[in-house]
Design a protein around this ligand. Structure first.
Ligand SMILES: Nc1ncnc2c1ncn2[C@@H]1O[C@H](COP(=O)(O)OP(=O)(O)OP(=O)(O)O)[C@@H](O)[C@H]1O
Ligand SMILES: [Mg+2]
Length: 427
């Protein structure tokens, strides 16, 4: 019967963009020079034996770390990547993690190291007088009581270093993502970063065979400086941010061309402008427009029709949850921060929020939530790119959401429909 006849299936239009967390983009734009420098770092004895890689949320740090790992492995290094968590603020837990990582790396160096490792692991639990595996005998010496965290890290990294010296490998690379979480907490006597730096500094004294890349929000650089004054000499600080206009155009244009799709020339320029060149936003805008437009080419009219709903979905996907997670008083602080553009001095914030008690504690909580970072002495900024713009347009967003939930919005494909004239987001 005609009514029940299946509707002909049309091939969905290709969508090459990949907004996500640590998801490799279809084309990694604007990072060639940095990747070449990283390769040089794996080949030579560099001025700084370690790197920090810092940037705001969604700037492409995790993607770069994965690329670093692949390149280092191709150059013969043994590599381990770890995402640091809240629990590693405790130096004993961090020492456990570093021991685990150093052990895993040593196991990859040689079967003999793996045998030695198995013996040591057994020793940790059983404490026998002598162990024998095949031809190999081993008489362990037991430590009295738990060693200090820094000593434990130093010991396991030194063992890894010694194993590397006897191997044909150029070195071992440990990449720690979200490392800004490793802040010192004097009140609770937790010094994870100082302990790690002391251990790394020790093992790199003669030859930097074991190297670290610490990656995270911009606060990481300040945390390092505060932890050890000599951290300055240990790390090269690499900052990743938004892409320039040409690279942003490539980030959009190349994947489109490879997928057989296109954006009108003004659309590319508009998206580059609206996103400020932030990698996550470029992927998000690209994916949304590809999904929403009905033909291979996304025209300026398509963009105008889809843009309000796109911004609304971006707000919901990226900003709103994080904003709603803050308490009403913390939200007041965020709104006061958004009154100006760029970083804000705590003294100015105090002026804008004269009646607010406990401002320092509120700001610290916002830092802990990952919404704000310490941008310098007594100065703070938003950790999410374009968050200030979002806060400034939030009253309109609330109004749009209300209208959408009352059913006033039209039904544009791919999301909530536009119900008002398109508007340029603030640059
Ligand atoms: N150079 C680039 N060109 C195009 N897209 C990119 C580039 N770098 C990253 N992206 C895209 O941006 C998004 C965010 O990347 P990623 O998760 O690595 O960011 P991040 O800095 O680690 O974010 P967070 O701080 O939230 O962990 C991903 O969708 C990724 O594909
Ligand atoms: Mg990341």
């Amino acid at each position: 019967m005609a009514d029940n006849a299946p509707t002909p299936q049309t091939e969905p239009l290709a969508n090459p963009f990949r907004p996500g967390n640590g998801v490799p983009p279809p084309y990694l734009a604007g990072r060639d020079a940095l990747l070449a420098e990283f390769e040089a770092f794996t080949r030579e004895r560099p001025l700084h034996p370690n790197w920090t890689l810092t940037g705001l949320r969604g700037t492409g740090k995790t993607v770069l770390l994965a690329d670093f790992a692949a390149r280092a492995e191709r150059a013969g290094w043994i590599v381990l990547q770890r995402e640091v968590g809240e629990r590693h603020r405790d130096d004993a837990r961090l020492a456990d993690a570093i021991e685990e990582d150093a052990d895993a790396l040593r196991r990859r160096l040689s079967p003999l190291a793996a045998v030695g490792q198995a013996m040591e692991d057994g020793v940790r639990h059983l404490r026998p007088r002598r162990l024998t595996i095949g031809e190999l005998g081993y008489e362990p010496a037991y430590e009295m009581g738990p060693a200090e965290s820094a000593d434990r890290m130093r010991a396991c990294l030194s063992e890894l270093d010694a194993a590397l010296r006897d191997s044909h490998r150029p070195g071992a690379l440990v990449l720690l993502d979200e490392a800004h979480l490793l802040a010192e907490d004097r009140a609770r006597e937790r010094f994870p970063l100082s302990s790690l730096l002391a251990a790394v500094g020790h093992v790199q004294r003669s030859d930097p065979r074991v190297r670290f890349v610490l990656c995270g929000l911009p606060t990481l650089s300040l945390n390092l400086k505060r932890a050890r004054t000599y951290a300055e000499r240990m790390f090269r600080h690499v900052v990743v941010g938004n892409l320039d206009r040409g690279d942003s155009r490539d980030a959009l244009g190349r994947p489109l061309a490879a997928a057989g799709r296109s954006f009108g020339p003004s659309v590319i320029a508009d998206v580059v402008e609206a996103t400020g060149g932030y990698p996550y936003f470029l992927q998000f805008f690209g994916a949304y427009l590809c999904r929403g437009a009905a033909s291979q080419n996304v025209s300026a009219d398509d963009y105008r029709a889809l843009e309000p709903a796109l911004l609304h979905e971006l707000d919901l996907a990226f900003f709103e949850d994080r904003y709603e997670g803050a308490s009403p008083t913390e939200q007041r602080v965020l709104a006061a921060m958004a009154m100006g553009r760029g970083r804000v001095r705590i003294a100015d914030l105090r002026g804008r929020l004269a009646s607010q008690a406990g401002l320092d504690i509120l700001v610290r909580r916002l830092v802990e939530r990952g919404l704000v970072y310490r941008a310098g002495r007594g100065a703070y900024d938003f950790a999410l790119p374009l968050f200030g713009d979002y806060l400034r347009r939030r009253p309109e967003l609330t109004e749009l959401t209300g209208r959408v939930s009352r059913g006033a919005a039209s039904s544009a494909k791919g999301g909530l429909g536009p119900s008002r004239p398109p508007r340029r987001p603030p640059a």
